[in-house]
Design a protein around this ligand. Structure first.
Ligand code: FAD
Ligand code: NAP
Length: 502
């Protein structure tokens, strides 16, 4: 059942009258790749479409700025496309404004979702995944246990995690639980020569901490085997090539005896794992080392014997695989446990999206199990309907769409997020062309977009960051970077960012 009066009005009030010449007003919530690629495509496909993009932070680009590793500057080239989108007169950036949830910093504004729903024809949720999955095992709150998401945010200057101050000085062994590309990013940050990172846009507080790190050995631990691992070729090769960093050979029994018969991608990956690194763990020039420890599932983070609040070791149960070479194999516990000394541990088992606070009031369904907004796969937000005496069926909410990680879950690189955003934009264009109901179509004054929201909520002025304002922050960061030989020196607090604008 649809509970929201704004949504149900569009559905129930008979044939839709579109006011001729009126543009399609679209609110996009989130300025990561999903938001920008949806905006780009929809503005291309619907003539005269006007997009207002709401972003909780004063700065745009989501995980392109706060997730992608600082030593991967080429990945951030997608920002050039986003700049082009933002240059359109039909595009407005509304930064430092959180939608449907309180702002997470004191200088930010917050706008209710119902207010957005009153002023647009369509709303696209593209707000990503700002939580992470937990292991729910004992000791997860010990000092020295960090979430990879927080650590990544910290080294990338995300204001929310600027004060994380991870302690990398308690010992020389680190554990990373999970074997996705985020785990490999975390390991690379711990192992890479600080002088290489110095030239990147890494936050300066991270550079300081990493330069004092005592970590020499990193275990990246997965509950399944190499044939099931989530990390990919390029990222594995990069770790193998780190100067003076050795890879500990893997257990060959988990790799098919003749990898040449595998399809190309797993074959290349297995070859890289079998070949290992140019530096051997025993060589004189080896400064640091790492391993991929397969078939181990975490059981507990254990306190150190000298300091009960500090992590000292991580305990794992060995697993066996239902079929070692089947990419879909599952892991079974063997009951055999062991401990790995660890002064620091990172939980890297995936990000997680959450519903916006108002979803339940407004009647928007969130699939908690999958951590996504319920949708038809093309991005149309869906709900279950049951007419009296009829079977359950699925219905779409007029004008509500989703894209990116909040649509399909927290996996996929920027290229797949782009494809996914294009599919959502195509669905919007198809629905607009087919004249299916959208929001606020029957009232001429209602779909005024950001103007309407401003006059209703009074949010405006100093607290809102426009695209021009972002350009000023961008220039100031680049100037600061020049002084220290970096591409950019990011501001790591929203107060610093806003001081540039004001
Ligand atoms: P996001 O990029 O997370 O964007 C969501 C945006 O919504 C954020 O700006 C957020 O602040 C905003 N937001 C959240 N809540 C609200 C709200 N209530 N109101 C307004 N705004 C809100 N892919 C690659 O191709 N190459 C890489 O090297 C790479 N490295 C990665 C490294 C890490 C650590 C991670 C986690 C991912 C990486 N990816 C990489 C994947 C890539 O970042 C994602 O595919 C992509 O960012 C997902 O886009 P999105 O727009 O769905 O989410
Ligand atoms: P991911 O790729 O989904 O990997 C998650 C890892 O956590 C898997 O190894 C998974 O193992 C493990 N895991 C999940 N639950 C677990 C549990 N309870 N106990 C133990 N292990 C558990 O997620 P991610 O690493 O966060 O990456 C997210 C996305 O961003 C991916 O698509 C990734 O490719 C992308 N990304 C790309 C880059 C890049 O291109 N350079 C960099 C970073 C991230 P199972 O498989 O056994 O579940």
């Amino acid at each position: 059942m649809c509970l929201n009066p704004f949504i149900s009005r569009s559905v129930s009030s008979g044939p839709v009258t579109r006011f001729s010449g009126r543009p399609c007003r679209i609110a996009v919530i989130g300025s990561g790749p999903a938001g920008f690629y949806t905006a780009y495509r929809v503005m291309t496909k619907i003539q005269g479409a006007k997009v207002d993009m709401y972003e909780a932070l004063p700065v745009p680009f989501g995980l392109v700025r706060f997730g992608v590793a600082p030593d991967h500057p080429e990945v951030k080239n997608c920002q050039e496309k986003f700049e082009e989108v933002a240059a359109s007169p039909d595009f407005t950036f509304v930064g430092n404004v959180s939608v449907g949830s309180p702002s997470d910093h004191p200088d930010g504004s917050s706008i209710s979702l119902s207010s957005i729903l009153r002023h647009y024809n369509a709303v696209v949720f593209a707000y990503g995944a700002s939580k992470d999955r937990t292991l729910s095992i004992p000791g997860e709150s010990l000092k020295g246990v960090y979430s990879a998401r927080e650590f990544v945010g910290w080294y990338n200057g995300l204001p929310e995690h600027a004060d994380l101050a991870p302690d990398l000085t308690q010992g020389d062994e680190a554990v990373v639980v999970g074997q996705g590309n985020v785990a490999l990013d975390v390991a690379r940050m711990l192992l890479e020569d600080v002088d290489v990172l110095r030239k990147s846009d890494i936050a300066s507080h991270a550079l300081d901490t990493l330069s004092k790190s005592k970590v020499k050995r990193v275990h990246i631990i997965g509950r399944r085997g190499p044939m099931q691992a989530a990390f990919t070729i390029k990222e594995t090769r990069e770790l193998m090539k780190l100067s003076d960093v050795a890879f500990h050979p893997i257990d060959n029994s988990l790799i098919p005896t003749d990898p040449t018969k595998l399809p190309r991608a797993p074959r290349r990956l297995m070859e890289i794992l079998l070949k290992g690194s140019p530096t051997s763990p025993a060589a004189d020039n080896t400064t640091k080392s790492w391993s991929l420890d397969f078939c181990q599932t975490p059981k507990a983070f254990l306190p150190s014997s000298t300091s009960p609040s500090q992590l000292g070791a991580t305990s794992f149960e060995r697993t066996s695989l239902s079929a070692p070479f089947d990419p879909k194999a599952y892991a079974l516990g063997t009951g055999i446990t062991h401990e790995i000394p660890s002064s620091v541990a990172f939980r890297s088992i995936g990000y997680k999206s959450a519903p916006l606070h108002e979803f339940s009031d407004v009647g928007i369904p969130f699939d908690e199990a999958r951590g996504i907004i319920s949708n038809d796969g093309s991005g149309r937000v869906q709900h279950e309907e049951r007419e009296p005496g009829a079977a359950m069926s699925l219905g779409s909410f007029p004008g509500l769409y989703c894209a990116g990680w909040v649509k399909r879950g927290p996996t996929g690189v920027i290229a797949s997020t782009m494809q996914d955003a294009f599919a959502t934009a195509d669905a919007i264009a198809e629905d607009w062309g087919a004249k299916v109901p959208f929001l606020n179509e029957q009232t001429e004054s209602n779909a005024l977009g950001w103007e309407g929201v401003q006059s209703e909520t009074g949010v405006k002025g100093a607290s809102v960051v426009s695209w021009e304002d972002w350009r000023k922050i961008d220039s100031a960061e680049r100037e600061r970077g020049q002084q220290s030989g970096k591409e950019r020196e990011k501001f790591v607090s929203t107060a610093e960012m806003l001081a540039v604008v004001r």
